[in-house]
Design a protein around this ligand. Structure first.
Ligand SMILES: [Fe+2]
Length: 415
């Protein structure tokens, strides 16, 4: 699919400033003139870090809730690196686990600033990795646009200082890094990830048993790849977060919707080079419409800003597409998946939202956040060929559900 991002008219009813509209186009033009547009392909990996000793348990959770399965593990000077894959054409999923439980780097320090994140100081969604046809050239171009990168031996986390791929410093607006690498798979021969390690007998057995459980659940073929990742940020930084991501990527701003009764907006960016988001998932930013202290005049719900104050600016959820269809008469696949996972002990926030009766629409649900990654998992089923990205009603209901859970922490956040 090819589209002209310069001619594209964003959708949605969230108003953007003239500043935003001007720089959105200037950034696209600069990507094209600098060559970045041609260098970058899609997102080829998502990177998540967990606490020491929790990687196997986290992967078990992913076995039940996602299509990702363990492929290889490596050990470098500071981390175990677990590579997971679903289908070759979808991004890999990389789980980082520090060898030393006292490990600390810039992400640890960032987590420690926030009351709920500080309890799991190394658990964090780190960022996405883009495939580039020329790593040095990509870094040179982005550095000339004032983007900062880690160089080997400049970071405590040795995964980010590999000489075959580069990561930016965590964004001060979103807390996310962006990585760039010359292949689309974590290939040891090309990337020298570390010493390959074999899982211990018991670890392997645990994962194999969970794989069998996922098969027996009958959900394995129904949960497809990643549809989008949604980062929560502060109200005043919404436009900057989008423009920063447009600078760092080859994505375009698809559009933004105002979710007035939750005092928030949903801002969607997509890859123009793919016709299926699962090949290079959409990147979403959610922000309050007004900052928390001004919100106190109207006292609207403000789940987004509550989340940021509790956990800091960071990735909030990863959404997986569910194969559309009826598991049995009157039961959509998403309802079946949620029932089975609840039986497996996976908790969800509220109910499936949206109706799929006889016309194109979509159904969605949020899980509770993982105790290992702190990420919420979203499932989305687009019924009868629904070709939109989302509906405002569903986003409002989902945001409200996440907010209801969040408000628990509103009074005494140390509960
Ligand atoms: Fe979402």
């Amino acid at each position: 699919m090819t589209m002209n991002i310069l001619d594209y008219q964003p959708v949605g009813d969230k108003k953007n400033s003239d500043f935003f509209n001007e720089y959105r186009l200037k950034i696209y033009q600069r990507r094209i003139s600098s060559g970045l547009e041609d260098l970058l392909e899609g997102i080829c990996a998502l990177v998540v870090q967990v606490e020491t000793g929790e990687a196997i348990a986290y992967m078990q959770e992913l076995y039940l809730m996602t299509p990702y399965r363990f492929k290889d593990a490596y050990l470098n000077q500071t981390h175990k690196i677990y590579i997971m894959e679903a289908r070759p054409e979808w991004p890999s999923y990389v789980v980082l686990e520090a060898v030393d439980s006292n490990f600390s780097d810039d992400l640890t320090r960032l987590n420690k600033l926030y009351p709920l994140a500080s309890k799991k100081p190394n658990a964090r969604y780190v960022g996405e990795v883009f495939k580039t046809s020329d790593l040095d050239e990509t870094r040179n171009i982005l550095e000339s646009h004032n983007i900062r990168f880690h160089y080997p031996d400049e970071t405590e986390n040795k995964f980010f200082s590999n000489r075959h791929f580069n990561f930016t410093l965590p964004s001060s607006i979103t807390g996310n890094r962006i990585g760039y690498m010359p292949t689309d798979t974590f290939d040891q021969d090309t990337l020298e990830l570390g010493q390959q390690i074999l899982l211990r007998g018991q670890e392997l057995e645990t994962l194999e048993k969970t794989a069998e459980q996922a098969e027996a659940n009958g959900t394995s073929q129904l949960i497809l790849g990643v549809d989008h990742m949604a980062t929560r940020i502060l109200s005043g930084e919404r436009e900057d977060a989008i423009l920063e991501f447009l600078t760092l990527s080859n994505y375009y701003f698809w559009g933004a919707y105002n979710i007035a009764d939750q005092n928030s907006s949903t801002n969607v960016n997509r890859n123009p080079k793919v016709d299926n988001d699962k090949f290079s998932p959409a990147k979403v930013f959610t922000a309050n419409n007004t900052p928390s202290f001004v919100n106190s005049f109207e006292n609207l719900p403000m789940p987004t800003e509550d989340f940021v104050r509790n956990y800091g600016r960071r990735m909030h959820h990863i959404a997986y597409e569910v194969q559309d269809g009826d598991h049995q008469a009157g039961e959509k696949n998403i309802d079946f998946i949620v029932d089975v996972l609840k039986d497996n002990g996976i908790p969800f926030l509220a109910q499936v939202v949206g109706e799929c009766t006889d016309k194109p629409n979509l159904k969605q649900i949020f899980s509770k956040h993982s105790n290992y990654s702190l990420l919420i998992t979203e499932y989305v089923e687009r019924c009868y060929g629904f070709d939109g990205f989302f509906t405002k009603d569903n986003v409002a209901a989902l945001t409200k559900a996440a907010g209801a859970d969040e408000r628990y922490h509103h009074g005494n956040i140390f509960d």
